[in-house]
Design a protein around this ligand. Structure first.
Ligand SMILES: Cc1cc2nc3c(=O)[nH]c(=O)nc-3n(C[C@H](O)[C@H](O)[C@H](O)COP(=O)(O)OP(=O)(O)OC[C@H]3O[C@@H](n4cnc5c(N)ncnc54)[C@H](O)[C@@H]3O)c2cc1C
Ligand code: FES
Length: 291
């Protein structure tokens, strides 16, 4: 882990590789750190000509004036962000955006998360724990090397379960297998939070639907401005169009049209593939300067 003392706004003060695909960076952003709450996110541009990308505020430290982002390098912009080093500056950072999670003492709560979704689930689980809830965490990943924040999640959970698709750690199978077993054992929940890939959130939603357990998901549609003006983040909830950036990102899972969300997330897959091929063959275009 690299660390230094911040001097400038949006300077990276810490950087850490959490697993082969996921990195953590802490950024000096005192105004955002003062206001951040669980469930909120930022939109950033790494360089002057970079794309705007939304990332959840995983942790914040009001005293140090820093926020932590945890991101999976899935394409051009997240790889570009991952190339920054401690001491480098992020060009633009807007936040905190989105509505904070509706945290209260619900009683028995399950937090179900998958992959890098744990970065967004952690502040929710921590705040639920601080509000006096009995928190059961169910964390899933494809294999044992892909878990992040395991100790942190354990520390804020009363009960803790792990699943892997290949059985290399915890129970072999999916998070929903554990959730369904717990519900069947009559240790039902007052609220279930699910954060992760849309397919997984949809599966959690279907697992809780028969008992009508209140289920909240944090949606991750494509976002551009993050302020309710461009419409990129529109999702259908209870057959109404909602803008996830200003009306979400959390919604009642049982009302979300996941099929449409998944299709819309694939809208630019050809362009994303082309960008990866161009970058592979010709290197990365410079995004450092305004044109
Ligand atoms: C509110 C919110 C919070 C998020 N928090 C996190 C987080 O904490 N950690 C994390 O790793 N990821 C997070 N994401 C997803 C992250 O924004 C995308 O992975 C990132 O934008 C991908 O950009 P790329 O250029 O690297 O990849 P690309 O190759 O451009 O795209 C890869 C995939 O990422 C999605 N994506 C692309 N552009 C965007 C965009 N502008 N907005 C949203 N999704 C996009 C698409 O599904 C696409 O298929 C969050 C998304 C939202 C909406
Ligand atoms: S991201 Fe533009 S309206 Fe939500």
């Amino acid at each position: 882990m690299q660390e230094n003392t911040p001097t400038q706004q949006y300077q990276i003060t810490q950087k850490q590789k959490l697993n082969p695909q996921v990195k953590l960076i802490a950024i000096y952003a005192p105004d955002i750190a003062q206001k951040a709450q669980a469930g909120q996110f930022v939109i950033l541009k790494t360089h002057a000509n970079s794309e705007r990308i939304p990332l959840t505020i995983a942790t914040w430290d009001k005293t140090k004036g820093t926020i932590t982002l945890i991101f999976q390098e899935v394409g051009f912009s997240t790889i570009e962000l991952g190339e920054l080093r401690v001491g480098d500056k992020i060009q633009n950072l807007a936040g905190p955006l989105g509505n904070p999670s509706d945290i209260k003492n619900y009683g028995k709560v399950a937090v179900v998360c998958g992959g890098v979704g744990t970065a967004a689930a952690y502040p929710i689980a921590k705040t639920l724990n601080e509000a006096g809830n009995k928190v059961t965490t169910i964390m899933g990943a494809r294999n044992k090397d892909l878990f992040i924040l395991e100790d942190e999640m354990k520390a804020v959970s009363d009960q803790f379960y792990i699943t892997t698709d290949d059985g290399s750690k915890g129970q072999k199978g999916f998070v929903t297998d554990v959730l369904k077993t717990l519900i069947a054992q009559s240790s039902s929940f007052n609220v279930v939070y699910a954060v992760g890939p849309p397919m997984m959130m949809n599966a959690v939603s279907e697992a809780t639907r028969p008992q009508n357990i209140k289920t909240i998901v944090s949606l991750n549609p494509i976002m551009v401005d993050g302020m309710g003006m461009c419409g990129a983040c529109r999702v259908s909830v209870a057959d109404k169009i909602r803008f996830a950036c200003v009306e979400g990102p959390e919604f009642d899972a049982h009302q979300v049209n996941f099929k449409e969300l998944i299709l819309r997330l694939r809208s630019y897959s050809n362009e994303e593939k082309l960008t990866s091929q161009i970058t592979e063959n010709f290197g990365r275009p410079c995004t450092c300067h305004n044109q």
